[in-house]
Write a protein that binds this ligand. Structure first.
Ligand code: GDP
Ligand code: IMO
Ligand code: MG
Length: 431
């Protein structure tokens, strides 16, 4: 059984927690796109772990995690993440495999990311991790991959060409200081040595695993609305966060995928710039931000919050081909009197029910809401669907009807134990 888990909103849906739960039924975890712009949280035994590049399932001993070819890898960040985990008693050095086709983030990518943001008229609110500029180099075919980094013969010349070009760009266009080629060469050659024991050919590694009957769990980063092709362009990240990205990024054929699970929060959040049709007014915003602890796991920035947007989530279900969805953070709605669900967008006289590609149109639309009564009681201890208050059951049933797919998992708190299955997620049967 090979399963893809994708974010069905703007990221931070709680993918880390869902991956952690599903890892019990997987052997290999794969990150397929994005980089350390991601922050995936797992809370185990009261301890919080935030994963950036390392697959979130690796808290479970005996599992293997692959960083696939579609990922952009900051070697310093990866080594630091392994070190930090080791410091907390989790040694993942044997478990982490690094695909040799993944592209490498260099300090000039990070400086360009920040300089380009500062120079832009319409800011995107990037994480400043060098993600966009590294993917730009990949597409421009001048990027440096892990295989290139580890090749002692060709790496110096590849790096020299890149540093020369990026220094010109940084100095002449952005008025930034240049990088020393020699310093970067020595630093990255040292990283290459440290990373070498982890390096594998990603697709070949996965093919062998599948042939041996291993179960693979693909961990999407970001979310559908941040997908380069299917999100709120240009307010997106530079990779394909959607399910198709798992095949291209990991190098596995679409026919190898058995199931796609979309993760949604019971409401909506977004960090960074760009339209968020259901965004709350200040008072509700503060309430949700405080109760949901809505601050970025990577940058610490406050997340913008809003009501559940069924137009967005339905778009995600269709683009990803989600068989089932997992709903997180239901508990954050526990004390809300009346809950709204966005079921369409109003543009003047017209009501739009399909997610529009036109981001400017989306920005000026008004949400059309449907109201449901809240439940005003705690859901954090529920262990079965039937134990949820009737109003919470109705809310979830309404989400299922609007999205057209069954719910497979419900999370009602950040702790590992605060989650339960609905029906059988293997067959996709509903409650
Ligand atoms: P990801 O990027 O999709 O993995 O999500 P993040 O880890 O960035 O953000 C999700 C946040 O919500 C984290 O702080 C989680 O610990 C927390 N979380 C996950 N599920 C639940 C839940 O059901 N209830 C509450 N209250 N918090 C949750
Ligand atoms: P996880 O995997 C939420 C957002 C940034 C910005 C835009 C582009 O934890 O869900 P980038 O640095 O990628 O070029 O920034 O994308 N963004 C995320 N928002 N969750 C994430 O990851 C994100 N990764 C990037 O805030 O708006
Ligand atoms: Mg996150």
């Amino acid at each position: 059984m090979n399963v893809i888990v994708v974010g069905a909103q703007w990221g931070d849906e709680g993918k880390g927690k869902i991956i952690d739960v599903l890892t019990e039924e997987a052997d290999i975890l794969v990150r397929y796109q994005g980089g350390n712009n991601a922050g995936h949280t797992v809370v185990a035994d009261g301890q919080e772990f935030i994963f950036h590049l390392i697959p979130s399932g690796l808290l479970h001993p005996g599992k293997v995690g692959l960083i696939g070819h579609g990922v952009v890898v900051d070697p310093e960040a990866l080594l630091e993440e392994m070190q930090r985990l080791k410091g907390r008693g989790i040694d993942v050095r044997q478990a982490v495999k690094l695909g040799d086709g993944a592209h490498v983030i260099f300090p000039y990518h990070k400086r360009l990311d920040v300089a380009q943001e500062a120079a832009r008229t319409g800011r995107l609110g990037t994480t400043g991790r060098g993600i966009g500029p590294c993917y730009v180099d990949k597409v421009a075919r001048c990027g440096i991959r892990i295989a290139d980094l580890c090749d002692r013969q060709s790496f110096p010349e590849r790096l020299r060409r890149n540093v020369e070009e990026k220094n010109r760009l940084l100095q002449l266009v952005y008025g930034e200081s240049p990088f020393s080629y020699q310093e970067l060469l020595e630093r990255y050659q040292a990283y290459a040595e440290q990373l070498a024991p982890h390096v594998v050919n990603g697709p070949r590694f996965l093919r062998a695993a599948m042939a041996a009957g291993k179960r693979i769990l693909f961990e999407g980063a970001q979310g559908t609305m941040l997908d380069l092709d299917h999100g709120t362009y240009p307010y997106v990240t530079s990779s394909n966060a959607t399910a198709g990205g798992a095949c291209t990024g990991a190098g596995v054929p679409p026919t190898a995928i058995d199931r796609v699970i979309g993760v949604v929060k019971a409401y909506t959040t977004r960090v960074g710039e760009g339209p968020l049709p259901t965004e709350f007014p200040p008072q509700l915003m503060e309430r949700f931000r405080a109760r949901g602890r809505e601050f970025g796991a990577t940058t610490g920035r406050p997340r913008r919050c809003g009501w559940f947007d069924a137009v967005v989530a339905r778009h995600a279900v269709l683009i990803n081909g989600c068989d089932v969805i997992a709903v997180t953070k239901l508990d954050v709605l526990d004390d809300v009197e009346t809950i709204q669900i966005c079921v369409g967008y109003r543009d003047g006289e017209r009501v739009i029910e399909e997610f529009p590609s036109d981001t400017a149109l989306l920005a000026r639309c008004e949400p059309v809401y449907e109201s449901l009564p809240g439940w005003r009681s705690d859901t954090g201890a529920a262990e079965r669907f039937e134990e949820l208050p009737p109003a919470a059951q109705r809310y979830l049933k309404r989400l299922e009807a609007l999205l057209g797919v069954p719910i497979c998992l419900i999370s009602t708190g950040s702790q590992r134990e605060q989650v339960f299955r609905v029906g059988s997620w293997l067959t996709g049967a509903s409650a």
